[in-house]
Design a protein around this ligand. Structure first.
Ligand SMILES: [Fe+2]
Ligand SMILES: [Fe+2]
Length: 414
């Protein structure tokens, strides 16, 4: 039986099923193992992980009298939290996703080149050229306002090698879409977009061997990397007349958490600005959905569910809810199972409900065979089918669903 416990309840002999937090937050290669080394308990308790799942069929249970959350209760809580965001209240997209995708591919290519040279210059100690960054933010912002889904889903498709640069582009696009959802004005929207693009600039000053390590960081290396927000902030302070306070703030505080367990300042709740809260949500989503040398990215819908499960203590609930509205409960590219037993990939959100996106059906779980792909609008009045839940593409042996939803042949998209 799966139970969610707090790290303070850990006992030797427990079987850890999964940590409630992204894989960047703990130093273990595997997330499922029997806890037989007391040093591991100390390591977990010293990390920023606060809760985890144990399997009591495979290891010890919690001590008598201690409380734990049952899997069904946690699932119900996540469902309820996501259902609250389901009425999308989205604006109609100005152009179709297919029209925007071809433009977004070019913007991604251009952005990657620009961000790569921005990091190279920062590494050489040159002052940040904010004019170039501003121009990029403008182009990304225009794309997001024509059709947000195109940039948001494309920027997720980075290869492990592109990570540092394309992560900046992806967080920029996510911040712009979230700013629109929260109703920020045009100037604030551009500022948080710029903040997204610049938030990890401090990584340019981190030792290359640590930054590009093709594996998990040791606690010592992680401690070094924790210096990147302050380094980036210092670089932006040097050009403070051309960046807003909000950009500086996101750069310094995008790793803070509402329960005070984040870094560098351990800020809590209201001490973290709206902009930094936005940065935290966008940063985590892009990090966990991206492929890394040691870990394939999680499916977008799975990532949204996991973030909803961690949300308490980690993210501001209002910001997280707006984030879900901007991206979807089943973001573009997610694998879903329909009531009819068919599997489909999400192609586009609908205007009224995030539970009824437009999907492409391509597999029958009944006959366990591929079907001729067919697009279905689950929000259409005549449509009788509906989503029953997300599915894990890896479990179905579907290595890459990108071509199905985007029509773009991979693996290099730009
Ligand atoms: Fe960061
Ligand atoms: Fe980041």
């Amino acid at each position: 039986m799966l139970k969610k416990i707090r790290v303070g309840q850990l006992q030797p002999g427990m079987y850890i099923k999964e940590f409630c937090g992204s894989w960047m937050e703990h130093p273990f290669w595997r997330t499922s193992f029997v806890l037989d080394d007391p040093k591991d308990i100390a390591t977990i308790q010293a990390s920023s992980i606060k809760e985890l799942w144990i399997d009591t069929d495979k290891g010890c249970d919690v001590l008598a009298g201690e409380v734990a959350v049952a899997e069904s209760d946690s699932e119900a809580e996540v469902d309820a939290a996501l259902a609250r965001a389901a009425d999308s209240g989205r604006e109609l997209e100005q152009v179709s996703i297919h029209e925007e995708l071809s433009r977004a591919v070019k913007i991604c290519a251009k952005s990657k080149r620009a961000v790569t040279s921005m990091f190279a210059e920062a590494r050489m100690g040159k002052a940040v050229d904010t004019a170039v960054a501003r121009k990029l933010v403008e182009e990304i912002s225009d794309s997001v306002s024509r059709n947000a889904g195109a940039m948001l889903s494309l920027a997720r498709l980075k290869s492990a090698d592109d990570y540092t640069y394309m992560h900046s582009v992806a967080v920029c696009a996510l911040m712009l879409a979230l700013a629109r959802q929260l109703g920020l004005d045009e100037q604030q929207t551009r500022s948080v977009g710029l903040a997204g693009l610049m938030h990890d600039l401090g990584k340019a000053r981190m030792p290359m061997a640590v930054l590009n390590k093709p594996g998990k960081l040791t606690p010592e290396e992680f401690a070094i990397m924790k210096g990147h927000p302050a380094e980036g902030h210092k670089m932006l302070l040097a050009v403070a007349d051309s960046v807003d306070a909000s950009t500086l703030d996101v750069c310094l505080h995008h790793h803070e958490k509402v329960d005070g367990s984040g870094y560098p300042d351990g800020l809590k709740g209201d001490q973290i600005s709206l902009y930094a809260q936005m940065g935290a949500v966008c940063d985590v989503y892009d990090a966990i959905t991206s492929n890394r040398p040691y870990k394939a990215g999680w499916d977008p819908a799975e990532s949204i569910r996991k973030m909803a499960e961690w949300a308490e203590g980690h993210f501001d609930p209002i910001v997280f809810q707006a984030f879900v509205k901007s991206l979807g409960i089943y973001p573009i590219g997610s694998l879903v199972r329909l009531e009819s037993g068919k599997l489909a990939v999400v192609m586009e959100q609908s205007k009224d409900s995030l539970l009824k996106p437009r999907v492409k059906v391509f597999y029958s779980t009944k006959s366990r065979a591929r079907l001729a792909p067919k697009i279905i609008d689950l929000a259409a009045a005549h449509c009788k089918d509906s989503i029953t839940g997300r599915e894990d593409p890896a479990e179905w042996n579907f290595p890459d669903l990108t071509e199905l939803w985007s029509g773009l042949p991979g693996p290099n998209y730009w």
